[in-house]
Write a protein that binds this ligand. Structure first.
Ligand code: NAD
Length: 339
């Protein structure tokens, strides 16, 4: 079995690469990643020299490069994590989100059609469902919830999801889609809420919270997401969408206070800043389908996962400090510059 994992130098993709190499030592895992600002080759250092692993730097929008890789590797599956993923950046500059998230998905699926594939899996997000009101805790996103996006990021992900289902219906491409809630854990890029707050708190810098911080997100430990995708690509039904989430809703302000407490830092570091444009109020996933059909359940409780995550950021300061000061971007040249 050969699997192309796109975006494998990013947060969730790298965790998925590690998971797959461990869970399926007989599989060949090919990481295709453009190494944008969010991709970090040093993350993959522990596996770069392994026989069953190959790293290829390429853009999923580059048809020629994608087809060349398909010809060389004849993959059995593609799992597409590659995306522009930061909502704030999508508000500043939507164009690149449409290119990578929609056009890139089309290029990958065209290659799957041309060369044949057992499974194309699209890693999507609960943000395609829009948001839920704070005063209706009884409401959850199911796979039948209509797509109703708020940001250019979520719109580009929803566009890709629609295209994936269209390729299934029109061309019979064997696809699956997972829509997961917010992930946290090791290798999370330090512009996102949890790692940003950990990094700032450690430096005694202000902890910027949008508005009152009452927005609710449904947090899942990244390993649990990787295990869900592993199950879906092997046992999930073709043409189906699976929601992935652990019923772990927390207000942003609660998360920041937990981080302060765990690090022994004062809550006076919290600084309320102007709210994000179009800020979604509440995300909450109903994971009944993946539980009933595939037996998936999250294994990591939030109280343990957040402790593990904070410990990881304390033990791996070089990883995120290199990002904060920009040094990680020179890593590719150091590793592959003359190859
Ligand atoms: P990330 O930003 O950490 O990583 C994205 C990776 O994709 C990076 O390595 C980047 O270099 C690569 N990439 C970007 N554009 C590319 C291109 N054109 N060609 C090849 N590679 C490219 O993102 P993440 O948080 O790991 O998210 C991965 C996927 O999971 C995304 O599709 C995202 O929409 C989805 N998702 C994320 C979350 C979350 O909480 N982070 C939740 C649900 C779904």
């Amino acid at each position: 079995m050969t699997i192309i994992v796109t975006g494998g130098a990013g947060f969730i993709g790298s965790n998925f690469v590690f998971h797959m190499l461990k869970a399926h030592p007989e599989y060949r895992i090919i990481c295709l990643d453009k190494l944008t600002y969010a991709g970090n080759l040093s993350t993959l250092e522990p596996v770069l020299e392994q026989d069953k692993f190959r790293f290829v730097r390429a853009d999923i929008c580059d048809r020629e490069a994608v087809e060349k890789l398909f010809e060389e590797e004849k993959p059995d599956m593609v799992v597409n994590f590659a995306a522009e993923s930061h909502v704030d950046r999508s508000i500043e500059n939507p164009g690149i989100f449409l290119e990578t998230n929609i056009m890139g998905t089309a290029v990958l699926m065209d290659a799957c059609r041309k060369y044949g594939i057992q499974r194309y899996h699209q890693v999507s997000t609960d943000e395609v469902y829009g948001d839920l009101p704070l005063d209706r805790p009884d409401l959850f996103f199911t796979e039948e919830t209509p797509l109703h996006t708020s940001s250019p990021y979520s719109s580009s992900k929803a566009g890709a999801d629609l295209l994936v289902m269209a390729y299934h219906r029109t061309y019979g491409l064997p696809v699956t889609i997972s829509r997961c809630s917010n992930n946290y854990g090791p290798y999370h890029f330090p512009e996102k809420l949890i790692p940003l707050m950990i990094a700032n708190a450690l430096a005694d810098k202000p902890l910027p919270v949008y508005g009152e911080g009452l927005n609710v997100r449904d947090w899942l430990y990244v390993e649990d997401h990787c295990k869900a995708i592993d199950l879906i690509i092997h046992k999930g039904r073709v043409g189906e969408v699976y929601n992935v989430g652990g019923h772990n809703e927390k207000q942003n302000i609660e998360i920041v206070k937990i981080i302060c407490r765990e690090l022994g830092k004062p809550e006076s570091l919290i600084t309320h800043v102007g709210d994000r444009k179009g800020h979604d109020m509440r995300y909450a996933i109903d994971p009944t389908k993946i539980h009933n059909e595939l037996g998936w359940l999250p294994e990591t409780k939030f109280e343990d996962g957040i402790k593990k995550t904070i410990r990881w950021y304390l033990d791996n300061k070089k990883w995120w400090q290199d990002i904060v000061n920009g040094e990680y971007q020179q890593y590719y040249d150091k590793m592959y510059g003359n190859r």
